[in-house]
Design a protein around this ligand. Structure first.
Ligand code: 13P
Length: 336
């Protein structure tokens, strides 16, 4: 696979006014989401829910790609059309989560390392055959008393770099995601420092592993006070801190940065992205790769009456996509 093809895919992922919908919840995570709205966690309900999301009319106007879980990439609509085909027909690039989740980092209480490198080359070959053109790997960095450790950050950066190099070898754009977790009572400055050191370590590891940044997308967390912190940061403060942190750590050659929502409210996630784009010009396109901030309203509606609310749930997905697509242009208008 040539770097030009990878770079073209990467640019398409962050095309102006478009972003990514993350629907790559593992079976353990989607069970939690379904439990929260009283839906039975069965394979057919997971399939039906993802069908509702992916067949949202005109979704491709604001959505460039969707990240799927392994099971979903192998599934089809009720009418028997594979999800990969549905997406390609809608102009939505299929993506796939390829990490296998986190495990406790031995010797470092409270810290985790993401696993999934063994056999990854073969899995990537298959995912490419199934239609995937980008792949996500999420590292988790927790903030707490005396953590994160340098060891945890380095172990996760090393794994991210090895996965990214394998993706490029197999023709998939790596979407590298070092998520600095919002949980905790830390202040925004602590989040800034942890995010800064994490991104420095990540880009150093990508360099060491000869990963081509032109064919790589960063999925970043925003710089925020901890969710249990007494401190509140307004939209401008979050946008300024996040941009400053990214500008001082992320090479300008990267084709784009997309954000995760990480537990922020739908409106906060949109407002923060919009503010960062308005503060531009920035070195790279900024957009979204939201999971919860794209889905939560639609999931609630769909859960109340799967068939009866199907169309209304899809309208909600479309409206979240449009709001976030406008935010990616710095043109979002807050509802009165
Ligand atoms: P959230 O936007 O819900 O944080 O999910 C994005 C994601 O893919 C996390 O890995």
């Amino acid at each position: 696979m040539s770097i030009e093809q990878l770079a073209e895919t990467a640019r398409a992922m962050v095309a102006p006014g478009k972003g990514i919908i993350a629907i790559d919840e593992s079976n353990a995570t989607i069970k939690k989401r379904f439990d929260g709205v009283g839906v039975e966690d069965s394979e057919d309900n997971r399939r039906g829910y993802r069908e509702m999301l992916l067949t949202t009319p005109k979704l491709g106007e604001y959505i460039s790609g969707a990240i799927l879980f392994d099971e979903t990439l192998r599934q089809s609509t009720r009418a028997g059309v594979s999800f990969a085909k549905v997406m390609n027909d809608a102009g939505i690039i299929p993506g796939i989560k390829v990490d296998r989740g986190t495990q406790p980092l031995a010797g470092f209480p409270g810290e985790v390392v993401t696993e999934g490198l063994d056999g990854l080359r073969e899995r990537l070959k298959e995912y490419y055959q199934l239609g995937a053109r980008f792949a996500k790997w999420r590292a988790v960095i927790n903030i707490g008393e005396e953590i994160p450790s340098g060891t945890c950050i380095e172990a996760n950066s090393h794994a991210l770099a090895r996965y990214a190099a394998l993706c490029q070898e197999q023709g998939l754009v790596p979407m590298v995601e070092p998520e600095v977790i919002m949980d905790g009572d830390h202040d925004i400055q602590t989040c800034y420092e942890v995010t800064e050191v994490t991104l420095r370590s990540l880009f150093d590891a990508l360099y060491q592993h000869s990963v081509m940044l032109e064919g790589t997308i960063l999925k970043a967390s925003m710089v925020l006070p901890g969710s249990n912190s007494a401190e509140r940061a307004d939209v401008e403060e979050v946008a300024e801190a996040t941009l400053m942190c990214l500008k001082s750590t992320v090479p300008a050659i990267l084709p784009g940065i997309v954000f995760l929502s990480g537990g922020q409210s739908d409106e906060d996630a949109t407002a923060h992205l919009d503010a960062m784009v308005r503060m531009g010009p920035n070195p790279w396109p900024l957009s979204f790769s939201y999971g919860r901030a794209m889905q939560s309203a639609a999931l609630k509606l769909w859960a109340q009456d799967m068939q009866g609310n199907f169309a209304r749930a899809q309208e909600t997905v479309f409206s979240r996509a449009r709001d976030n697509g406008r935010a990616a242009l710095g043109e979002w208008i807050k509802a009165a």
